[in-house]
Design a protein around this ligand. Structure first.
Ligand code: ZN
Length: 457
């Protein structure tokens, strides 16, 4: 705990607050000093932020302001003692290498693509990639893989945090990894070339890919682990287990791994649990917390909660209390009943649940429910509200209905217009309809994506 406090302090006070232009301005606006926020308790009091807060107009260029902008003199002021001593010593001995050490720590050299509502680049420095590789070596142990495992990575070739973290994990653990892309023929070809023992696939298409590979005559009988990348819903896991029965590999372990959008390390199921105890995280590299998905503030009441992440020790794109768009039921800090590890575990994860790809009458779009909620939370002209995601009985298109109970002194027609306008400003889309309701008549049916957000899909 003491180490964790020190790591939070060093990340906030020495790295993010002085060197991230966005966070520097944000703390100023909030009237908060870095030292007040630089503790576990202080961090918890910081309102969570996500991609829409950093890029309010939807332009991903805004994300550049999150990246730490270090200079040599700034580095000397804020670097940790041992790193600074090493840098200064080498400056005396070998002029020029001081810059190399500073740059390894502060200069972004590597980018991946992330994002739910918009696509944005995430920057890493060389020392960040080291952290990801070392976390990956630990992930291998959690997954029950060893250096003798051979991995075929059947993810699309776009550089994402997941593909990068898998590559570096294999590198860190000493396992060969082949990445042919997600084309069935190419994956089957790779499986003919190497005796793969682990197959990494996107969770949402895994079952279909296994059937397709079987049909293409791929060699699957050496595979003993299927990694579902992107976190997995229960029905996806079940579908993969059934597919493994069909292709004659019923003994294969099915384990989920996941990098929340914007973050850089892979969380994973432990092999002993077979995916029943939640995703194992890294207490020395991150603080994982939960917030109310409607307000982005401390978790209150019941209902599913949004996962927020603070990175520790990472430079490049700096995330503090970052809203991932993932829902979870809890973070379990007790020892894992299956493997005994004491790392926090994220349970009941629903990856990306708060940003939905909807086929609206106005076209396909990613609808960020956090933006829609933000336009409704705390309004003086409303007594209560619900957001209902459903499907039109008329033409089968998706719908975003906003039900509102106007305050007594408010004109219902004016309230409906104001709500529609504010939803458009906050979420970049108009609701399909704003329905004015009486108190006590708000809809209650549907799966909860928040206390007041319901899905009927
Ligand atoms: Zn475990």
């Amino acid at each position: 705990m003491k180490q964790r406090e020190a790591a939070v302090r060093s990340q906030v006070v020495d790295a993010v607050a002085p060197f991230s232009p966005w966070w520097k301005a944000r703390l100023k606006t909030l009237g908060r000093k870095a030292a007040d926020v630089g503790s576990l308790a202080g961090l918890s009091s910081l309102p969570a932020v996500g991609e829409r807060d950093v890029c309010p107009d939807g332009d991903p260029a805004g994300m550049a302001a999150l990246v730490l902008q270090g200079t040599e003199s700034g580095f000397a002021l804020h670097a940790e003692g041992p790193v600074l001593r090493r840098a200064l010593a080498s400056r005396l001995a070998r002029p020029g290498s001081y810059r190399a050490i500073v740059e390894a720590d502060t200069r972004p050299t590597s980018f991946v693509w992330a994002g739910l509502g918009l696509r944005y680049p995430v920057a890493s420095t060389r020392s960040d990639l080291d952290l990801v590789a070392r976390a990956g070596a630990r992930l291998w142990q959690v997954l029950g893989l060893t250096r003798s495992d051979v991995v075929v990575n059947a993810l699309p070739t776009t550089p994402t945090a997941s593909t990068r973290a898998l590559e570096l994990a294999a590198l860190g653990a000493g396992s060969p990894l082949l990445a042919p892309g997600d084309d069935v023929e190419a994956v089957a070809g790779a499986l003919r070339l190497v005796p793969a023992t682990a197959l990494a696939v996107s969770a949402s298409v895994a079952a279909q890919l296994l059937d397709d590979l079987d049909e293409a005559g791929a060699v699957l009988d050496t595979v003993r682990t299927v990694l579902l990348v992107g976190g997995a819903y229960d029905d996806e896991r079940a579908a993969v287990r059934e597919a493994l029965q069909r292709v004659g590999a019923p003994e294969c372990a099915v384990l989920a791994v996941h990098v929340p959008e914007g973050h850089r390390v892979l969380w994973g199921d432990c092999r002993e649990s077979g995916g029943r105890t939640g995703l194992h995280t890294y207490p020395d590299l991150e603080v994982v917390q939960l917030v109310d998905p409607e307000t982005g503030e401390g978790a209150t009441g019941s209902g599913p909660l949004e996962v927020v992440v603070t990175q520790l020790g990472f430079r490049g794109s700096a995330l503090l209390r970052w809203r991932t768009g993932d829902l979870a039921t809890g973070i379990d800090e007790t020892p894992c009943p299956s493997c005994g590890r004491t790392v926090p575990r994220v349970t009941g994860l629903r990856p990306g649940a708060l940003v939905l790809p909807l086929d609206l009458r106005t076209g396909l779009r990613q609808v960020d429910l956090r933006g829609v909620s933000a336009a409704l939370v705390g309004r003086a002209d409303l007594v209560d509200w619900r957001i209902v995601i459903g499907r039109s009985a008329r033409d089968d298109s998706d719908e975003v209905l906003v039900h509102v109970v106007p305050a007594d002194d408010a004109d219902p027609a004016e309230v409906a217009v104001a709500v529609a306008r504010d939803v458009r400003a906050a979420a970049g889309m108009l609701p399909t309809q704003v329905v004015v309701a009486e108190d006590g008549e708000l809809p209650a049916e549907g799966a909860h994506l928040g206390q007041r957000v319901l899905s009927r899909q």
